[in-house]
Design a protein around this ligand. Structure first.
Ligand SMILES: NC(=O)c1ccc[n+]([C@@H]2O[C@H](COP(=O)([O-])OP(=O)(O)OC[C@H]3O[C@@H](n4cnc5c(N)ncnc54)[C@H](O)[C@@H]3O)[C@@H](O)[C@H]2O)c1
Length: 304
């Protein structure tokens, strides 16, 4: 029996739930939201789809107390109305902090021992807060972090080269926010490094990195939320956990060097972060990662 809980069924949580149902990723899916009317409507909408699906998924409305035996819980709670176009994800910090404290405490009381995947913003801070409040091992709590921004980098570079983004490898590192950066030393496509690609195809790497970094707000500008790419990111990570894939992915996880959550790549499997490794970054990239960790700490103090 695979059981997944999704907490916060807004734009993002509803899309996460839809992907789980349509992919048949869980046997039981428990949806939790503090708005009971919206929750009941979402659950009925999914149940109306049941006879049309290729596989059975039991979808129920629940509370955090029902998630004690879940394999994976995804936190998509938040207050998207507090984000300003072109602004900073930290404007949700004050509102989301008590929500995360409450849900984390309830998960602890429910005896949750699975893997907690955090989407709620500012995601690096909210992930650390969940880990503290639940008391779960750091390996079992991680955030989507720059997994999404890395997908945006692959989209931007793929567009510039006119190739499928899956043909691009490499990472956006650091904060899921303004201080993230493209670690160009890690990027490869068409058998070439980023420096070689830039020379061969006359690419503006700074422009491509800015496109990836600002991509969330570019999407936000037209619809005032983002949902599809982040939902695919979270569900892909949940799939790595449930299938014990031991696959490399970039997520926001606990970093001893900075004593905080920040995105660098890790190995994801049944226990969450099941392996860690260091990248051979350039000195400038190492300095940028350190600056990004400092930016997370500074903004946490400034916005709380
Ligand atoms: N990490 C990323 O890359 C990424 C990408 C997109 C959105 N987000 C974040 O995801 C969050 C959700 O975005 P959205 O557009 O779906 O927001 P939304 O405002 O549409 O939905 C949030 C939902 O959470 C619910 N909620 C709030 N507090 C709750 C609690 N204590 N318990 C249960 N439910 C609770 C609300 O009732 C609402 O339905 C936001 O924080 C947003 O910034 C993160």
């Amino acid at each position: 029996m695979r059981k997944i809980g999704v907490v916060g069924i807004g734009h993002v949580g509803a899309t996460v739930a839809h992907l789980i149902v349509s992919q048949g990723l869980a046997d039981t899916l428990v949806l939790v939201d503090k708005n009971p009317d919206k929750l009941a409507s979402e659950v009925l909408d999914f149940r109306d789809a049941a006879s049309l699906l290729p596989q059975h998924v039991t979808v129920t409305a629940g509370t955090t107390a029902d998630l004690g035996d879940a394999d994976v819980v995804i936190s998509a709670l938040g207050h998207i109305d507090l984000i300003q176009p072109g602004g900073d994800r930290f404007t949700e910090l004050r509102a989301n902090t008590p929500e995360v404290q409450q849900v984390g405490t309830d998960l602890k009381h429910a005896g949750f021992q699975g893997v907690l995947i955090v989407i709620s913003n500012p995601v690096d801070v909210m992930t650390g807060l969940y880990q503290q409040v639940t008391g779960l091992p750091t390996q079992q709590v991680f955030g989507t972090g720059t997994y999404l921004d890395t997908a945006r980098l692959k989209r931007a570079l793929g567009d510039a080269l006119n190739i499928d983004p899956r043909s691009v490898s490499g990472y956006m590192l650091g904060e899921h926010g303004a201080s993230q950066f493209a670690a160009w030393s890690t990027v490869r496509a068409l058998g070439q490094t980023a420096t070689e690609l830039a020379a061969t195809y006359q690419l503006d790497l700074n422009q491509i990195a800015a496109d990836a970094r600002d991509g969330g707000f570019t999407v936000f500008a037209g619809k005032k939320y983002t949902n599809f790419a982040i939902a695919h990111a979270a569900v892909a990570l949940a799939q790595l956990v449930l299938s014990d894939a031991r696959q490399e992915a970039i997520v926001s996880h606990y970093d001893h060097q900075f004593n905080s959550y920040i995105s660098t790549p890790a190995i994801i499997g049944r226990g969450g972060i099941v392996g860690d490794f260091s990248l051979a970054l350039t000195a400038a990239e190492q300095a940028s990662l350190k600056q990004s960790a400092a930016a997370i700490a500074e903004k946490t103090a400034a916005y709380l």
